[in-house]
Design a protein around this ligand. Structure first.
Ligand SMILES: *[C@@H]1O[C@H](CO)[C@@H](O)[C@H](O)[C@H]1NC(C)=O
Ligand SMILES: *[C@@H]1O[C@H](CO)[C@@H](O)[C@H](O)[C@H]1NC(C)=O
Ligand SMILES: *[C@@H]1O[C@H](CO)[C@@H](O)[C@H](O)[C@H]1NC(C)=O
Length: 192
């Protein structure tokens, strides 16, 4: 009487395996711990005050680079929504933008290696005589008794000055596939 039970259990399992394989595929994205997902990037503000070179090294220890800005959509709707929340009182934030070693003083994003085509300058910038590194700077007012920061904009700064650092790295995509198969063995590597 045991066999019919086992056979029907096996059949049910097989059906379930099909169903799960067909329907249970989920994909999700994730950022390294301490980073926040902002669009298709992971961002982190931290590490204390650093000059531009120290900031670059700091981000690299986290397998990241300093912030780059691709276009207006990314800057206005993503980065400028992130900053008030995660860098509420930070007036000076280093980006990876710089003109170091470039005779024509074009600006490049060090983290991507690409020339900067979208540069949201603060009023009166770029003041090239001030330096060769780009920081996101905000003015603040205390009219209401509270510190209120304006939108951050790019300013040219001496690379030796101190600022807070924003690191960026790519999000990692995962896909979950659940497959029920009572007759199979899997070998898995599990961190110890
Ligand atoms: C801005 O850059 C993102 C990422 O590369 C891209 O998906 C988006 O289409 C761009 N938007 C515009 C307006 O160029
Ligand atoms: C801050 O205010 C000064 C003086 O009004 C102005 O020149 C500068 O562009 C402002 N900076 C930003 C980032 O808006
Ligand atoms: C940056 O500051 C350092 C130290 O104050 C100074 O020696 C250097 O000339 C400055 N660089 C620029 C481009 O202004």
């Amino acid at each position: 009487m045991l066999w019919p039970t086992i056979v029907s259990f096996a059949l049910v399992s097989l059906c379930l395996a099909r169903v799960y394989q067909a329907t249970n595929q989920e994909s999700f994205s994730s950022c390294p711990s301490s980073f926040s997902q902002v669009g298709d990037k992971c961002l982190l503000v931290g590490g204390g005050w650093k000059n531009w070179f120290e900031g670059d090294r700091y981000c690299r220890t986290l397998n990241a680079g300093m912030l780059s800005i691709r276009n207006q959509t990314e800057f206005s709707s993503l980065i400028n929504s992130y900053l008030p929340e995660f860098a509420a009182y930070e007036l000076e934030l280093w980006t990876s933008g710089n003109s170091l070693g470039d005779a024509q003083t074009n600006y490049f994003w060090q983290s991507t290696g690409k020339e900067a085509t979208y540069l949201p300058w603060a009023t009166g910038e770029p003041k090239k005589a001030n330096g060769e590194c780009l920081s996101l700077t905000a003015n603040f007012s205390m009219e209401t008794g509270e510190v209120v920061l304006d939108e951050h904009r790019l300013t040219v700064r001496n690379c030796s000055l101190w600022g807070t650092v924003i690191c960026e790295t790519q999000v990692t995509q995962f896909k979950t596939e659940l497959c029920l198969n009572p007759n199979a063995f899997h070998e898995a590597q599990i961190p110890v």
